[in-house]
Design a protein around this ligand. Structure first.
Ligand code: BEZ
Length: 213
């Protein structure tokens, strides 16, 4: 297994999930995707995480992102646990959870970090673009639940910077000013970004977020 890095093709797979057998690429279609692992079913932090993802369904839909979770537990375990998530987190888990009992997908995506835990997957996140390449990798330990607001924020940045010659500064949130890509000379940037370009330093140029009215 080769380590996956940003820009690599996200490996395709077929897997048993809580919603039947799924081909990953078919599931993603032409849109964006998130593949994320959690250590085990019927555990407290994971319960809150999957409940949160279910509650954010409209946010993911707005961004054309399909979500798929994974743990090394089986389909029946997933189905029973989903009932608990729905009950305790007041939501409806309607995205598939891979039952990766043979660790095929975990190995493919390097989600088991043996020096952290030899058996269970860590909290990996892969964001995959419409071209099926990997745009973001985040890894959290089992003891720390993820911040899904941060994940939405990063997706906003990834989607913006995929289509416009900008980058997003520290702590940027959707709607705030962005940085002009360093590769564009300021005079050219002024032609591209009609809302204006502020040159703070020759290498630090700000412009209003270009994909907003
Ligand atoms: C949890 O999801 O609560 C959890 C799972 C594994 C280790 C620690 C916490």
């Amino acid at each position: 297994m080769a380590t996956l890095r940003l820009g690599d093709k996200a490996p395709n797979f077929k897997a048993q999930t809580s919603e039947g057998e799924i081909d990953f690429y078919e599931y993603l279609g032409d849109g964006w995707g998130i593949l994320f692992s959690h250590p085990a079913d019927y555990t407290p932090v994971c319960t809150t995480e999957l409940g949160t993802v279910a509650k954010y369904r409209k946010e993911f839909e707005k961004r054309n992102v399909k979500v798929m979770a994974l743990s090394v537990d089986g389909v029946e375990s997933h189905k029973g646990w989903i009932k608990d998530i729905n009950e305790t987190q007041h939501t409806n888990v309607d995205f598939p959870i891979i039952a990766d009992e043979d660790r095929k997908v975990s190995d493919l995506y390097d989600m088991i970090h043996p020096n952290a835990d030899s058996t269970f997957t860590v909290r990996s996140v892969y964001v995959i673009g419409p071209d099926k390449t990997i745009k973001l990798i985040i890894t959290y330990p089992a003891s720390t639940g993820r911040n899904f607001d941060e994940l939405l924020r990063v997706i906003d940045s990834l989607q913006l910077t995929a289509y416009h010659k900008v980058a997003t500064p520290a702590n940027w949130k959707n709607g705030e000013d962005v940085v002009v890509s360093p590769s564009i000379p300021t005079e050219e940037a002024k032609q591209i970004f009609k809302k204006g370009v502020k040159e703070i330093k020759p290498y630090l140029r700000m412009t209003p977020q270009p994909n907003l009215d």
